[in-house]
Design a protein around this ligand. Structure first.
Ligand code: AMP
Length: 191
């Protein structure tokens, strides 16, 4: 069976990380989370991590060239093997264009969608469990605005290419997971 390349998009609090883990396992592709890759660099105190820590803590997007450098080689390797599941990339138009120009286009883009109050509530609950530095109410509001401004145009681009499916992310995780799988054609029909 051919490898499948999927981009999973969704605002902070949409359950994107949880769904990405399940979906990657269901499809047998490699889960690449930019947030997790960035946090690993920050925790390890690498020069890259030190360069981006302040930007991540402020809820801003780190510069496109840096994220491209982090993600594209891994996405290319995954696309040549089991396929990729990109979680948190692309998040801006230049990143989306870099992915398409790298000639490893997604077979499908899944956009998780939920109303803002549901998102804020979920992020605040996660903040109490995980203690993430970018989960304060002010930074959450800023991250939601950044999503609306920088990431919406990416959804529009993928919609124009006929790659986008939108899935309601308001229900319990298992319900959302099966709605996502319902949106995907059978693996062997994706290509
Ligand atoms: P996430 O865990 O996906 O919510 O990402 C956490 C933070 O990492 C974001 O608020 C950004 O600061 C940074 N980040 C993650 N993915 C990207 C990306 N594709 N482009 C720029 N910054 C990113």
């Amino acid at each position: 069976m051919s490898p499948v390349n999927i981009v999973l998009m969704g605002p902070p609090g949409s359950g994107k990380g949880t769904q990405a883990v399940q979906l990657a396992a269901a499809l047998g592709c490699e889960h690449l989370s930019t947030g997790a890759l960035l946090r690993a660099e920050i925790t390890a105190g690498t020069p890259f991590g030190e360069a981006v820590a302040g930007v991540v803590a402020a809820g801003e997007l780190i510069p496109d060239e840096l994220v491209d450098e982090l993600v594209l080689p891994r996405a290319r390797a995954a696309a040549a093997a089991a396929g990729y599941l990109l979680d948190g990339y692309p998040r801006s138009l230049p990143q989306a264009k870099a992915l398409l120009e790298a000639e490893i286009p997604p077979d499908r883009v899944i956009a998780l969608d939920a109303p803002a109050p549901v998102l804020v509530d979920r992020i605040l609950r996660r903040a109490r469990v995980e203690g993430r530095a970018d989960d304060t109410p002010e930074v959450i509001e800023h991250r939601l605005r950044v999503f609306a401004e920088s990431t919406r145009p990416v959804l529009d681009l993928f919609a124009e290419r006929g790659l986008l499916c939108t899935v309601a992310a308001t229900g319990p995780p298992d319900t959302v997971a099966s709605s996502i799988l319902d949106q995907l054609p059978r693996k062997d029909r994706l290509r």
